[in-house]
Ligand binder design. Structure first.
Ligand code: ZN
Length: 209
């Protein structure tokens, strides 16, 4: 098969699981894979200490750095709407330890944004990786708070509401999103889940910007 990023050949030794399913199958070549820089660190949640959002996230993990290769991947995935690219990080996502024992909740886009982007990009990462998830949240604004100053972000109106008919259990959830920049989106989302009874909320992002 061809690499989804450079169209070069993908040479991989066959594996037993690969014979029966897509598990363990690589969608990009070794050269392209080497361009991505694994991160695996916990984003700085302590930036939120002393705010009303302190402690709403119990844990967090981010898988890759936001380097040139990742920027170009994200551009192609999000803006050129190349849905096939959702599979590139399936294997890494599936192995993320923070998912163990937790229910995944994708961070949604606003309906208007979804119409522009044509498909729910974070959800698609989970679908391709075969990670079960529940939809609990609805984005209530199209504003991008990442560009605002710290004080404005802290004082902004809520970014999410609970989806109609959604039921938050006394369970451990893990929010899944593409980017961790300032953490505003994830803290707002976690706050809603806690407010409606979640026992704990963690966050997993593909990239730490
Ligand atoms: Zn390649």
């Amino acid at each position: 098969m061809e690499c989804l990023l450079c169209n070069g050949p993908v040479f991989r030794p066959p594996t037993w699981t690969g014979l029966f399913s897509d598990r363990g199958k690589s969608f990009i070549c070794v050269k392209c894979e080497a361009e991505f820089e694994p991160d695996g660190r916990r984003p700085p949640l302590e930036d939120w200490n002393g705010t009303p959002y302190e402690g709403v996230l119990d844990d967090a993990n981010s898988l890759y750095a936001y380097n040139d290769a990742m920027k170009s991947y994200l551009r192609q995935y999000k803006f050129l709407k190349d849905a096939a690219l959702a599979a590139v990080f399936s294997e890494t996502l599936r192995k993320a330890a923070i998912l163990k024992g937790r229910t995944a909740v994708p961070v949604p886009m606003h309906q208007d944004r979804l119409a522009e982007r044509t498909f729910p990009q974070v959800e698609e990462l989970l679908v391709q990786a075969d990670i079960p998830f529940v939809r609990l949240l609805e984005k209530t604004t199209t504003r991008n708070l990442g560009r605002l100053g710290r004080k404005e972000r802290m004082e902004s109106e809520p970014l999410f509401s609970l989806s109609e008919g959604a039921e938050v259990r006394r369970a451990d959830y893990v929010l899944v999103d593409d980017l961790y920049t300032t953490g505003t989106t994830l803290h707002h989302a976690a706050h809603i889940l806690k407010k409606y009874g979640a026992r704990s909320v963690a966050a997993l992002t593909l990239i730490r910007a």
